[in-house]
Write a protein that binds this ligand. Sequence first.
Ligand code: PGA
Length: 259
Amino acid sequence: MQTPAGTVLVCDDPAQACRLAADRIASAIASTRADRGRAVLGLATGSTPIPVYADLVARHRAGQLSFANVTTYNLDEYYPIAPLDPNSYHAFMYKHLFQHVDLPPHRAHILDGTVPEAFAAEHCAAFDRWIEADGGIDLQLLGIGRNGHIGFNEPSDLPLDQALRLPTRLTRLDPVTIADAARDFGGSEAAVPRRALTLGTATILAARSILILAFGANKAEAVARAVFGPRTAQLPASLLQTVPEKVTWLIDRAAAARL
Ligand code: PGA
């Protein structure tokens, strides 16, 4: 289905959507490697993409997929957090993907949750410069929060032009995000870091293609508002309406229920 926010593919279930996402990632790696010798992926964390990574690992183990000429940049990281903290997105990526594949460790970039606060802005600006120096992101994988966040770009009152230009930065988590993250922190909202480092909207929207996944009834409202609602900073995923030609949504029937 063509929509104001891109092409929406409604799948029978999350497993089918994740298989299709893995197909897209594998072909993006193959085609950009053929074009320019390497591929740059923007990776997401959260419960949604776990089966995508499992599928990519299976393809690698079957000898069908190599990450040898791949560079990755992760969307976000809690702040502050140590990389060895099991709840860090560093730990997530090593657990679900990096330790299982041939991605050169020096090309797997994740924002550093240990950076001293006085240097956070410089660290984030450097992350944007590294991405640019690597030729930009070929394919950005995204999830969507119940509040419509992408990465940790949370709902805000910013005017649209500013909301579209946000760089990678240190940001404050929305109460809905903290509530949803609590399940990973022993069910305790108090244990969830209040801030995070996130790729900015400008960086995300500059990717050459964007694959966004959403599963389950609790995402249906955010998906419908992102796809057909007004383009607004109140619902950051609606900003994808700025670049619909680059965006593919892979969602299950439950997440499509309000479309
Ligand atoms: P989830 O998070 O995959 O854990 O639902 C998605 C997101 O918040 O982007």
